[in-house]
Structure formats: structure tokens, C-alpha cells
Design a protein around this ligand. Sequence first.
Ligand code: GDP
Ligand code: MG
Length: 601
Amino acid sequence: TDPAAIRNFSIIAHIDHGKSTLADRMLQITGVVDERKMRAQYLDRMDIERERGITIKSQAVRMPWTARSGPNAGTEFVLNMIDTPGHVDFTYEVSRSLAACEGALLLVDAAQGIEAQTLANLYLAMENDLEIIPVLNKIDLPAAQPERYAEELANLVGGDPDDCFQVSGKTGAGVEELLDAIVTRFRPPVGDADAPARAMIFDSVYDTYRGVVTYVRVIDGELKARDKARMMSTRTDHELLELGVISPEPIKSSAIGVGEVGYLITGVKDVRQSKVGDTVTNARRPAEDALAGYKEAKPMVFSGLYPIDGSDYSNLREALEKLQLNDAALQFEPETSAALGFGFRCGFLGLLHLEIIRERLERESNLDLISTAPNVVYQVTMEDGTEIEVTNPSEFPEGKNESVLEPMVKATILTPSEYVGAIMELCQSRRGNMEGMDYLSPERVELRYTLPMAEIVFDFFDNLKSRTKGYASMDYERSGEQQADLVKVDILLQGERVDAFSAIVHRDHAYAYGVRLAERLKKLIPRQQFEVPIQAAIGSRVIARENIRAMRKDVLAKCYGGDISRKRKLLEKQKEGKKRMKTVGRVDVPQEAFIAALRTD
Ligand code: GDP
Ligand code: MG
């Protein structure tokens, strides 16, 4: 295809503002998916994406478009659309996709206005020098206020409110006009067709049948089937067994050239040999310089994953290895816990990422798992100068440490102005530092804070939502470290330390934390045949104590011996309850206890 006829673009927006739905309409209007095969969220291929209604992986799809009006009326174009996830955990997916585009549609829900990830995504797009078309979506909603938000959006991106497109991804209104605007407003890709091939890998996915499928955007030259491809960072060569474009199913092609987006199959079995951000070139006529790559996605939240049934350990390992093939951001290494046995310490991009990986492990590999309370990574320098990185709270060194560094984030919170007080109070209680505040309009405020990451990973977001009736939104990025006075709080059941419950907390919050956790565990751990004392301690100093009294009667004692079916039901119920229990020492601890352990109110 002639690069002049290609347009590569992304749809970026805050979560739920309608990217996937608009993508569906475009697939339909351009005719690449016919009416009979159309279903909602067409590009969200994983079950879990469809059920939760969120996009996790970016998707690229090629669509033909003949402009219907304007200066290009009648001309045929090829559009490559990249649908991206909206959640902060997946920002790295978004930035990769953007690097493969010349333009972005910045979508804003016409009933909601600008939200935190609208800003975050806009900034990413600007960093990548993308042309931006502002679009108000969902104008079919009775609550839509397109005039008001067109003003807000125009203030943000510059330009006139009349330049904002008004569309409905649901009804299709305005979508043809938007497609016409894409071909006139976005620039075509430029590259040197005669130069040695250079293609940027923006995704690579493991497929059971085809091995690793690598998604690329060609910058210079051409890749041809049967060529020998070279991955420039690893210097490994692979035969190109197949290449093609996605529209929306894979379509084989003999070559892909400048500006095109497509897939490669080389027969490699490991995604690590086809690294996202790497440059593919031709081994017989290699390019000299690789393209600038991407920042690596670094895990920020860690949690232990343990099989409830110890004999599932090797199944869990296999399942993690399989998932890692598709998700380079997932990290894991074996760990043993006195309480939970053999498992893995896993690193995630954030809590949603953790939750999704856990759910996929349970669902796709049929495992029952316990995950420990999530934590961040600490850099500890001990008195003798040794430096260690702590990813598991139970390994936090006791006694005097020279210094402890905790990771910080820069958070941007957007809120209607009446909630500013409530948000400031929340951030204060989480050791936040206000960096600035701006009114985007008389009713909408942007607050900027630096906060310890540990204070926001667990339930900050839920808290923010409940304090603002769901109206505030937040985005954050990692930003340096700070020294902090942190201690390890341990939990003892029957006098035995339960490593899985250890947590690292600020000294000023340690006492309140210990009391709260002991009280909560008392409620969460069912009575046993014997009395169970619960203690919270810093080192050898006990700071809180509770008691779970012994169970008096057997469950069946309630039945007065009579009704067999009732008896069976009770036994089954008891078994059900056991399913998510883990025996710690002699004590049965339910799964919820591990999760609830860190919730702060
Ligand atoms: P994404 O997270 O940005 O991909 O958003 P989705 O496309 O999944 O849409 C989020 C929700 O908004 C879904 O319930 C959609 O049905 C709904 N939605 C999306 N576009 C429109 C629209 O134009 N009009 C209306 N009324 N609802 C929409
Ligand atoms: Mg989506």
C-alpha cells in the first residue's frame, strides 16, 4: 500500500468513555465485520475482558475507508486503528500503541466531561507528537451536555469548541464524518521505502497453535514472507514463516511496507525472543541503528500466590509461565511461607493487574489460590551498609536500619469542586503532599499530590470514589523515593508468627494498624475447637491482643439428630466454607482474612 493512503491512529479516553464501542461502530461502518458477526466489544477477545467490560490488551485492526465528503471524497484509504485499555495499570500498553500512530482520537463522554485519564492519555499522545482530534461521545444520552464539555475540551487541547466532533458510538451518529476527518486531519506515515527494513514491535502474544505472534509497525523498508528477520536487541535471526495484516482476522500477505501495521510469525515459542520495543530488520540487509524502544514495564505491586492445595504447586508454576508468555510485565519467583507453604512472590503493575492475573490463573488453569495482601518494594540500607530490596514484608530486617526508601507516586485527581475538602483530608491521612491545584472550569478542579505508593495501592481508589460519590477520578505515575520511618508489624496466632500477615507500616500508624488488624482477624477467623489468641507485635513488643474463644458445639448438634437432608446440607456448607481456608499452624484461616488484612476502614 502507498504510505500516502495510510492513516494510523489510536482511540484514547478515560475508562468507560466508550472507546471499544466506537471501535465496534467503525468496524461495522467500514464493513470489515459484517452485521451477522457483530457483537459488542468485538476487539476484546479475552473472556475476562468481555465479562468485566474492560480492555486489557491493545488491538490493532486494518479497515478500508473511501472518504465520503471533504477534500478527499472518493479516495480510498487504509486505516489502522488501535484500541487501547484505559486503566492506569495498563498505561504501558497505551504508550506502546501510541508510538505506532500518527494521530489520536481523544474521546470524552459528553455526560461526564474530562477525567483524570483523559489528561494522562492526552499527555502521552502529546509526548509522542500525535495529531489530536477531540471527540465528544455518547451524545445520544439524555444527560449529555455537548456544549459545556466542548468548551472544556477545547480549552484543554487548544482550538475552537466547534472543532470538537460529536458522535455516538452506540447509534453510529457522526461516525462517518469522523472517519472522513481522520483521513484529512491525520498525516500519513513517512519512511524510507528503499532503506533496510526497520519495524517496531509493539506487542507479542503467545498462541498455542501458531507460537509467538508479533505485532509490528513498519517504519522503513519492507518485510517479506520467507525473509530472514533479525531481532536487533537479541541479535537472533528467525525465518518469517508468515506475515500479514489483521482485518479483523489475520489475512496473509506477501509483504508489508512503510507505515503498515501487521503481524509476523517466526516459529519462536517464547515471547522473550520477540521483545516488545525491539526493532525487526532483515538479516541479509540489516539496518544500522535500532529504533528508540519503550520504557520497560516494571512491577510495582507484589503479592504472594499460594495454591490452597499444596499438590497444585507445579500446576501453578506452569500456569504462571504460560501467562508470562503473553504478559511480559508479570514477574514471579518461588517463595516459601511458614504459614502457606510453597508458592510464588509475584510482581504486578497494579491491583487490577493482580486481580486479573489471579482470576485468569483460577479460571484458565482451574486452580484455587490464596493471595497475600499486596505491598510495594522497599530499598533498605542496613547499619553495616548492606543494601537489600524487600518485596516481601516478612523479610523486612528487624532492628535498626540505616535507612528505608519507599516508592512515591505523583497523583493527579480531577473532581467537582465541592469535594476538594474531602479529598484533601483523604490525601493528608495517607501522608500525601499537595503540589498544586488548578480550576479547569469553575466546577472542576485538578489536584496534584505526591503520595507514598504504599498508601494508594490498596484501597485509596475505593475511598476516593466513596468520598466523592464516584465523581472524582485519579491517575498516577511513579516518581522517585523518599526516606520514611517504617516498621514491620507481625501477627501471631497462638503465639506463632504468621509470615503472610506481616506488613510494613509507618511508625505513627503502626499501633492503630495492629489494633485494627487484630480486631478484624477476630471477626474473620471462625471459632476453632480450641482458644486462639491473636497478637500484633513490632519485633518482640506486643501492641494489640484479641482472643477467639473455642467453639462450644459441633455444627450438627443443632439438628437434634432428626433430619438427614438438613444434616447433609450443613456438612456441605461446612465443606464449602473450608474450600477457601488455609490451615496455618493448627488454625483454619479463610481467604478473606488475607485480603481484608490491609483494608483501612
Ligand atoms: P471503554 O472502556 O472506553 O472501552 O468503554 P466501552 O466502549 O466499553 O463503553 C463503556 C460503557 O458505555 C458501555 O456500557 C457502553 O455500552 C456505553 N457506551 C459506549 N458508547 C456509548 C454511546 O455512544 N452512547 C451510550 N448511550 N452509551 C455508550
Ligand atoms: Mg474498552
